[in-house]
Structure formats: C-alpha cells, structure tokens
Write a protein that binds this ligand. Structure first.
Ligand SMILES: [Mg+2]
Length: 368
C-alpha cells in the first residue's frame, strides 16, 4: 500500500506526523523534540520526496534509501525527521493489524518498571531529596536518576560541592533498597570521572551516564574499564558507524539509543540487536513525555536485552510547558513504579484535536 500524503503539525518544541496511505488509512508519528519546526522543514524538503508513492511495508529499505539520497546532509536533523516517518508507519501498521506496535516487533502489552528521571541541575540536594520522596510516596518509584557535574562541564560542577553533597543525601534519604542512577552529561575528564565514580560506587549508585564528552569514546572506555558500576551512553548517536564502534570497543556497559534522535524504531531495533549480540543491555534515552517515552515502552516490552527500567521524566509544566495537552488521554500513568503498554492498536494514543488546531501545518502529497 502506497503512501499518499504526509502532514506535519508542529511548534518549536514538538511536532507530529500524520501519514495517509492510498486507501485512506492513517498513522501518527512524532518528529524529535526541540526545533521541531526546523525538523518539519527538513521532513518536507528531504524526507517526503523520497517517501511519497512508496509502500508502507518497505520501511527498512526506505529509511536506508533516504539516508543514501541525502548523504550530503547526514546530520541529526535528517534522522530526527526520518523518525517522524518511521513512527507513523509503525502506527499505521498497528492500526491495520489491530495490534499494538510492541506485538509487531515481537513483544507483548503489559507493565514496565520506570525510573524517575530528573532533568534539573539548578535544584539543591535538599529539594531533589524532597521531590524524590514525594514521587516515591505518590507513584511507588523505586529507582531515581539525578544530575551530577555540569553539562559539557570540563570537570566543573554546577556549583562547588553539589555533586559530593547530592549523592550521599539522596542515598541516605531514600535508603539502601532504592536504585540510584546519575547523569554527568559529558562533564568529566577520565581521571575526574573515575574519582567521582569511586564516590558513586561507595554510595551504591548503579548507573553512571555519559561521564566523559560522548564523542570521546576512548575516554569513556577508560572509565568503563576502571569502574565496577555500569557506564552508560549513546543518546546523541544517530550514525551507525558510531554505534558499531562504541559496541565493538565496549565503550559502555549499557547502550542508550534515543528512538527519535536515531531515526525511528527500525534503526533503534538495529542498534538494540547490535547490543544484544555483544551482551549489552539497552536502556534507551527518553527524556520527556512527548511520544518518545511511549515508543520506548513498546520497544522495551519487545527486545530481549531490555535494561532494568524505562526512563520516565518527572519534570512538569514549569520545566516542560510544551508537554501539556498533547494527547486525548494520558498514556503515562505510573502506579507501583510501573507504566503500562496497552493492547490498543498502533501506539494506542490520539493527538489532541485542540493541540493540533493551534499548531503550524504543512503537507506533502503525491501528485494525482
Ligand atoms: Mg543522558
């Protein structure tokens, strides 16, 4: 069945794709978040022309072909745009088969453990502790991730002593049975990362994300080899050669592809399988409650090397105002620390008509 029309509904922060096939059936997908208006321009200019008239069953070949046709523009934006196509095709396939996407990729609906993921560095250790305790009591979370160091920080902390204060403060307040994860967002040199890592190990932290500048894979590997806790990374990487290198050299213990940065579910499955073959768990990056978290839920219910938990952002309207009112129903209820992948067809959600009415609209359509 051929793809007849591709529509985007965007604002600066988030954008949805509606794909219409020749028989009128539709699927919804999402462009990656942030600068989604620019991503939509790339989508209509560089993705749609290669896509219109092609079959919806052709996804893997199509995604490969777009990358080749646009090989002079191999960059994050192209893959952020391709993700909108890929995820709309999966939704359409699910709606046609009357199955959730997870079933189409070998999984089953059901529950998943989520970890509460803080995005903030401007928060004091005391306030982060209080927030985690509230979330534990309200939703039953038993795993939490917080920020250490500063982003691409050249060994500098967000403010002096914050990292040394927040790690023991959270462990002491939440007790020994809670899983703790930290993210350094490319902050450290290997020597400093190893030093911080020893302190993390003493506090029972189990996941140390992006300790060194992510593009310096040899630096990351040095940290991985020196420490016992899991070093994790990969969220920025959209290029398969980087993934092959990262996995082959065992730069990290756990891989963290982002379905929307990487170009969609088909490419993420490729990366997950790469990890599986090397014995590496996959704990994807999903840093907001747009659709990336829902896509990741369907993925984690399907892959054999799924990591221990789903990343689940705890930031609300003060931090992510654009997340409000996207869907007709909330797919992100957390009870007992778990989310649920339903058996509804496709991704199992509808985009809010009110939100769509306020967005910027563009379309590409097959010539009659
Ligand atoms: Mg991260």
């Amino acid at each position: 069945m051929k793809i007849r029309k591709l529509e985007t509904f965007t604002n600066e922060f988030v954008g949805f794709v509606r794909l219409t096939a020749e028989d009128g059936s539709i699927g919804w997908g999402q462009l990656s978040t942030y600068n989604s208006d620019i991503t939509a321009a790339v989508f209509h200019r560089q993705v749609a022309p290669w896509t219109l008239g092609r079959s919806v069953t052709d996804l893997k070949a199509l995604v490969g072909e777009i990358a080749e046709r646009e090989h002079k523009f191999s960059c994050s934006y192209l893959y952020r745009a391709m993700a909108g196509l890929d995820t709309a095709i999966w939704d359409l396939r699910g709606r046609l088969a009357q199955k959730p996407v997870t079933e189409l990729i070998g999984g089953t609906p059901g529950r998943l453990r989520a970890y509460a993921s803080s995005m903030r560095r401007d928060i004091t250790p005391e306030d982060e502790v209080a927030r985690f305790q509230r979330l534990r009591d309200a939703h039953g979370f038993d795993a939490f991730k917080f920020r250490i160091g500063s982003e691409c920080g050249h060994d500098r902390d967000e403010w002096e002593g914050r990292t040394e204060a927040i790690v023991p403060a959270i462990r002491t307040a939440l007790g020994p049975d809670i899983s703790l994860l930290v993210d350094a967002n490319s902050c450290y040199s290997p020597a400093r990362a190893i030093e911080v890592g020893r302190m993390l190990e003493q506090n029972g932290v189990e996941h140390f994300e992006e300790p060194c500048p992510y593009w310096e894979m040899e630096q990351t590997r040095e940290v991985t080899q020196a420490l016992a806790l899991d070093i994790t990374g990969g969220e920025q990487d959209y290029d398969m050669q980087h993934w092959r290198r990262m996995v082959a050299m065992r730069a990290v213990d756990i891989i963290q592809p982002d379905i929307l940065y990487l170009g969609g579910m088909a490419r993420t499955l490729q990366v997950a399988r790469m990890g599986e073959a090397a014995g590496l768990p996959c704990t994807p990056h999903a840093a907001n409650l747009g659709l990336v978290t829902l896509f990741t839920m369907h993925l984690l219910r399907a892959i054999p090397n799924a990591g221990k938990y789903l990343e689940f952002s705890i930031e609300g309207p003060d931090y992510y105002p654009w997340q409000e009112g996207l869907f007709t129903e909330n797919p992100y209820e957390v009870t007992d620390g778990m989310v649920t992948v339903t058996d509804r067809p496709g991704w199992g959600i509808e985009i809010s008509p009110e939100w769509l009415a306020m967005s910027s609209y563009q379309q590409s359509e097959l010539a009659a």
